[in-house]
Design a protein around this ligand. Structure first.
Ligand code: CA
Length: 473
């Protein structure tokens, strides 16, 4: 593939700490500041472990479910992950610690924190509270209630009112080229691909939180060699390794979101598994695109890692081949070109039931970087609103399968088992001797993501997990 050796402009930025931190180049909407100082440590010792996803430079948000005292149901509260502990933000707000603070500590949900940039103002204050030298919470009589172990916690979807609208893009040119090659070897990329961030409207109601079981869908499929479909259980169930972005601020219907303002409409990112029924997809996708092959379930990771936390890991947008068209002017800006990407490692792992019963570790099937995406999140958002479509706070846009240029960088099984046109498919081999072209009942798929860069603390997205359960006919 001609894009195989291309890389993004990440290496051109040459960020080094600590010489004049405020002057470090970064996206103009999300400056690198003292909250990213890698020397900051917390009195929560596990947050200082170099391998944690959640040092105090991260502070992602989630909704935790807590069983009611009377055992009658659950209530959901906002938590911030710090090392292997969770800080209950509602209890913190109700305590006397910020009594003298001017900001609004009277929030109920992450939606409230998205509004008017509230969390952007509170984040440095919460970080200050968690620093090693700060005693306000560390020595507080309510510390034992406000802080609790993350182990065993159950999370809801991050938004109390549910995900608004959900749109899934198709922004990896490697994924689009690979999949296109399977169906149209002579013409893998359709002519619009390099002009339009391609997407489809997904189904928000079937988005589930990490850990929820995913039932194998029923649907119409046509067996090889047959000409008519049968209705039955999907036989080619796949995962798709994706990154999602939450919208914090929408636009009025009939108005657009200029590329120069798109980043300020974003709140943060999570991992997305866009479960896909390949046999149903193959039969239904023409002429109008994915429908029931995708809408039965989509799993997201519980934590939203905010745009502020990602600031040190921004990188250039995809560097296009010289023969590729430039994006049209409404999809182009200097800031997007220099800092529109995110250098985030992502990986997908599988474990079969047999593997888990034997205590075996999951097997990694895919690993790549989000920086390889042909379109940036800002371009996807700007394009989405470019016809006057009104985006709303709480909407989720997903990137499409994140596949990179090299071997082992395919973000779904359809690609990972494909060895090229005219070649036999090769299954994924599991340590039990089992093999997989597609997912079997009982298989668990785990997605992970993290950012690393010299001179900064590593931050992670946590995990996005789901187990496949048998179809219900
Ligand atoms: Ca997808």
């Amino acid at each position: 593939m001609s894009h195989g050796t291309r890389d993004t402009a990440c290496s051109d930025i040459a960020v080094r700490y600590p010489a004049g931190m405020s002057k470090q180049p970064s996206h103009p909407s999300y400056p690198i500041d003292e909250t990213h100082d890698p020397k900051l440590e917390s009195w929560v010792e596990s947050a200082n472990d170099p391998s944690t996803d959640f040092p105090i430079q991260n502070l992602p948000l989630a909704m935790r479910l807590t069983e009611a005292d009377d055992g009658d149901g659950f209530w959901a509260g906002i938590v911030v992950a710090v090392g292997d502990e969770l800080l209950d933000l509602n209890l913190l707000a109700a305590s006397d610690i910020f009594d003298d603070d001017d900001d609004d500590w009277d929030f109920m949900s992450i939606e409230d924190l998205m509004a008017d940039g509230l969390w952007s103002r509170l984040r440095p204050k919460v970080q200050r509270l968690l620093r090693k030298d700060d005693k306000r919470l560390r020595d507080h009589r309510e510390r034992g209630r406000i802080m609790s172990p993350a182990e065993g916690a159950v999370f809801a979807l991050p938004l109390l009112t549910g995900i608004g609208d959900y749109t899934d893009f198709y922004a990896s040119i490697y994924h689009a080229t690979n999949v296109g090659s399977m169906f149209r070897p002579e013409n893998p990329l359709l002519p619009n691909y390099k002009w339009i961030p391609i997407g489809y409207h997904g189904r928000a109601s079937s988005i589930v939180a990490s850990g929820a079981e995913v039932r194998r869908p029923m649907g119409q499929t046509v067996a090889d060699g047959e000409s008519e479909p049968k209705y039955g259980a999907c036989k080619r169930l796949d995962y798709e390794l994706e990154v999602g972005a939450f919208i914090a601020r929408g636009n009025e219907q009939g108005e657009v979101i200029p590329i120069g303002e798109a980043e300020e409409h974003l709140f943060g990112v999570c991992l997305v598994n866009d479960w896909s029924a390949r046999d149903m997809q193959k039969w239904e996708y023409q002429p109008l695109g994915p429908f029931l092959a995708k809408s039965f379930a989509t799993t997201i990771s519980p934590f939203i890692v905010t745009m502020e936390a990602l600031a040190p890991f921004r990188c250039g947008a995809f560097v296009r081949d010289k023969d590729d068209p430039k994006p049209l002017a409404y999809l182009r800006s200097d800031a997007n070109e220099k800092f529109g990407g995110i250098d985030m490692q992502v990986e997908a792992l599988i474990s079969s039931k047999q593997m888990r019963d034997k205590g075996m570790e999951p097997v990694r099937v895919s690993r790549t970087s989000f920086r390889h995406m042909y379109w940036t999140i800002a371009q996807m958002l700007t394009h989405h609103a470019s016809n006057g479509c009104n985006m709303q706070a709480g909407d989720l846009i997903a990137s499409g399968t994140v596949s990179g240029p090299g071997a082992g960088e395919a973000g779904c099984l359809l690609e990972a088992t494909w060895k090229g046109a005219g070649k036999d498919r090769e299954p994924i081999k599991l340590p039990t001797g089992e093999t997989r072209f597609f997912l079997a009942d009982g298989d668990e798929v785990t997605l992970r993501g993290w950012c690393e860069r010299e001179g900064f603390r590593r931050i992670g997205l946590g995990e996005c997990r789901g187990v496949v359960t048998p179809a219900k006919g």
